[in-house]
Structures are given as structure tokens and as C-alpha cells.
Write a protein that binds this ligand. Sequence first.
Ligand SMILES: [Fe+2]
Ligand SMILES: [Fe+2]
Length: 384
Amino acid sequence: MKTKISELLNPLYKTNMGQEDNTEVTSYDKVMNIFESFVNMNNMSKDEFLEKVFVSAFKLIPEAEKGSFYELSGDKYIPIFTNGYDFKTLQKLVFNRSDAFIDYECSDVSNIDAYQIYIEKRDDTKFTKEVIETFKELGTYANFISLYAPVQVEGINVGLLSLECFNGTEFSKNSKKILKFYAQIISNFYSQKVFHDRETKMYDDIVTSLVSAIEVKDKYTEGHAQRVREYSCMIAKELGLTKTQMIDISTASLLHDIGKIGVPTEILNKPGKLTEDEYNIIKLHPIHTKTILDKISNFSNISNIAYSHHENYDGTGYPQGLKGDEIPFESQIIQVADAYDAMTSDRAYRKALSINEALEIIEKEMGKQFNAEIAKVAIRLFSK
Ligand SMILES: [Fe+2]
Ligand SMILES: [Fe+2]
């Protein structure tokens, strides 16, 4: 990558030769600013990213007058972004993969290249009236030169980037290198998106299958995980937690009781009162939860939040007996939501309490079992 950037910088130095001494620095800064704008591309939406690509590509490729980006969907190339063309008109120009003047695949992004093609004014007999009309509206019913490059993920074409020049000027060697570089950047963006989507789906599948595993075993907790998630997210949103905290709370609340897989079914589903020994076995479930979630990479925060869902604000909870701020704030939210759902659901050993009875208990336990700030928000939300 480094050599490519320096190759790209050379022509700018040359075009500025003979000007003031600091011009090179200015050009260098300009180019570096453009490259730096792509550093955070993981956090950008596709539209934001393509906008940046086109704005900066047009600054660096002087011959470019108009340009567009096509995404391959099935066997059709569909325009999804343009600079210079009327987008609505361009959208009429979906073309088949077999008609694309570029459709080769290569094994590595570094093999992606840019190509120049000379297009002669279209032959009226080869296109329908409508298509010719579209060409006229776009300004492509003319002789022009197109510089184009494929965008690929794992060697498979996913898109096409093209820039056009209508005044007869050929794209320079450097412009070709720059476009090649942009096609590689877009390819990387698409690859990251594919990996990210794949990873997210994998985690969703793991979470869903873990939750269904515990529900098969403990029939009284059916729907409990989903309800605790719903309540926890409501409280968290009301308290203004960050997006990252919200995501962690959502997953941790769904998985908080997963450790019950390690508790014998007879104890979990026992209709009568539990013996002290049996209760002590149930109290191990947050530890089992942690053991299971620690095995999933990137789940350490989620694991820690779920681990502390039975800690009480005053330190009387388990398994560690943490108190106050020692307990992760996210766990304190889940603890209130969990208690509320447990109280308002039928259990093997008792009938459900009414909403008012449950809220009275939460109020009574403010500052004791529950964080008062969270309890107040929960009472306000659940009494509606
Ligand atoms: Fe629990
Ligand atoms: Fe629970």
C-alpha cells in the first residue's frame, strides 16, 4: 500500500513544479487528507463511503467529468451512486452481466486493475428508442472515453466503478493507477461489510440457539429471556445509555440465565419449595453463565454483565456479594428487569403477582436490593 501511495503522490509533485516552495507540502497534505478520510471507513454507511470515494477521486483524476458506481445483483449491474449524471435517468440503465464490458474475476484485491475503453457514438440500430433517449439525456450519446475497474470480494465481482471523459482527452497512466487504487479501497470496504455481516449473523445464531437450549430444559422460563431483554432495553433507553451499552445489555439480558443449563432439570422444574442445598445449586447458575459466555470471543463484557445479574445493590446478592458501583451498571438494570419479570410470571412453586404488587416490592427495595435510580425509572415505565 505504501509504495502505491507514493506512486500516486509523484505526479502531483510534478504538476506543481516551478511554483512556490511550499506547494509540494500543500499537495502532499491534500492527498494525505484524502487518504486519512478513509481511515474510519468501517463506521461509514455505504452512501457516505461512496460519496467520499467520488469526491476525492474527482479531485485526483483531472480527466473525469462524470462517474458512476454499479452493484452486481444476481446477473445485473445496477447503478447505486453517481457523480455528474442524473441519478433517476441513470437508474434506467441496468445492464446484464453478460453485456458488461468488464467481467473477469481474480483471486486477490491487489490484482484488480483499471481499464480504458473508447466508446463510439452508439449505433441506433443496436438499441431501442428508449435506451437511445436515455443515452441522450445522460449525455452518453456521443464519443467518449471510460475508465473503469471492477470491485470484488474474495475474487468475485460485486460491483463496477467507472469514470467518463467526453472532451477527447485520454486518461493518464496515473489516473489509471488512482482509479485502480479506489477500486481496491471499495473492494476492501465491501469485504469488511461481508465479514461483519457474516460475524453478526454467526453471533445471532449462537445467541438464539443458546436461548432455545435453556427454554427446552426449563419450561417455566419460556419467553423469560426475551421479556427481560425487552424490559432491560426499555430502562436502558430511558436512562440514555450509549449505543454500545445498549447492544451489550440486549445480548447479556437475553443470555443471563443460560447457566441454568448446568442445573439439574428436577431442581429447575420442582413444583414445591426448594431445600437449602437445591437453592444453593440454583445460585450457581450465574457462574455457569460466565463459564459458557467466556468461551465466545469478544463476549467478555457481555459475560461479565450477565454474571452479575443476581448481585443486589446493598451487597446481599450472589455470587460475589458486590455492592453499589462495584456492580456493572448494565447488570443493575438487568437485575431490576429480571426481578420484575420473575414476580409477574407463574413459576413452578407459585402463581404470578399482579403488576402493582410487583411494583410495590420494587419500590420497597429501592436502595436495598435495587439501585434507586433504575428502580424509579422501572416503576414509571411499568406502571404505564
Ligand atoms: Fe438468573
Ligand atoms: Fe432470569
